[in-house]
Write a protein that binds this ligand. Structure first.
Ligand code: FES
Length: 119
């Protein structure tokens, strides 16, 4: 991508994330944690795919990170529930802890994240 800051990498295009839904991303080469993204219209929130409780991935199936009504992030392992807006655990064994948020930049529909995010 032209003009891309060297410290950023292209995660995906915004239209690759379903509006109101979520999508997981494997770690970049050499990494092992990965990221997930939630889209709300033109807004995209990105977190490291690691539960603060045990450090395991949150998804219960590929790209599935949200509650049935899409209002919360849910960890598949013990059911902890997190606020989408800030990743704070509202209920579960890690209550009060937070998911690690990743600062995303959207440029011409491209979703960019720091190069080392999700390693
Ligand atoms: S590992 Fe996520 S709630 Fe226990």
């Amino acid at each position: 991508m032209e003009g891309l800051t060297p410290s950023l990498r292209l995660l995906c295009r915004i239209e690759d994330i379903p509006d109101g839904g979520s999508r997981g991303f494997p770690p970049p080469p050499g990494g092992f944690t990965g990221l997930f993204a939630i889209r709300q219209g033109e807004r995209v929130l990105i977190y490291v795919n690691s539960c603060p409780h045990l450090g395991v991935p949150l998804d219960w199936a590929p790209d599935r990170f949200l509650s049935a009504d899409g209002s919360l992030i849910v960890c598949a392992t013990h059911g902890a529930e997190f606020a989408i807006a800030d990743g704070r655990c509202l209920r579960g064994p890690c209550r009060g802890e937070r998911l690690e948020a990743v600062a995303a930049e959207i440029r011409d529909g491209a979703v960019l994240v720091p190069h080392d995010a999700g390693l």
